[in-house]
Design a protein around this ligand. Sequence first.
Ligand code: NI
Ligand code: MN
Length: 226
Amino acid sequence: MKVSYHGHSVVKIETNGTNILIDPFITGNGTTDLEVKDLRADVILLTHGHNDHVGDTVELAKANDALVVAPFELATYLGWKGINTHPLHIGGAHEFGFGTVKLTQAFHGSAYTDEETQQIIYTGMPAGILFKAEGKTIYHAGDTALYSDMKLLAKHEIDLAFLPIGDNFTMGPEDALTAAEWIEAKKVVPMHYNTFPVIEQDPKAFAEKVKTGEGIVLEAGDHLEL
Ligand code: NI
Ligand code: MN
């Protein structure tokens, strides 16, 4: 399984011949190496409805006839835009042909902001994602604060975790270090930093301080083999 990082919270997983994108925020993301027109996705996994996570989902899903897996309210909203969706909710898992997706808690908000009409569309509870395939487990925390029930994630024996470190909207580096200690992932990769001035961080300083598991900084386009 090939897992690559593409800036902000964008992660790509290639497994069993399936291309999976998590939170494909490409347009307007100054930290990504990707271009929407070149992207191939069979499946898109979304953690929540904020624009810097839904990103180019509608265009990508339509262009690739991709399946979008998201929390129920967000899946419903996107389904009305004419794309193929599968709704899940927190604590629920579903085995798809390409792997199993389970949604975890995330302490955050979830709404889609329509800039044109100046409307905020509520999209349910935000989530994290546990993805299992080929005997490996990946945790994408989405946007979240530190919360003590993260300790429960340790029993999933996470091979690779993506944790936000940007602060301001999510955990900052100190809280993300505590999260790393609690979830006991073998590898920890920081995300959700340096996209906007308010979330500027030093990912290397964070990675060096990870004591439980190995802290690894992935530049946009870098990948790991699991
Ligand atoms: Ni968010
Ligand atoms: Mn965000």
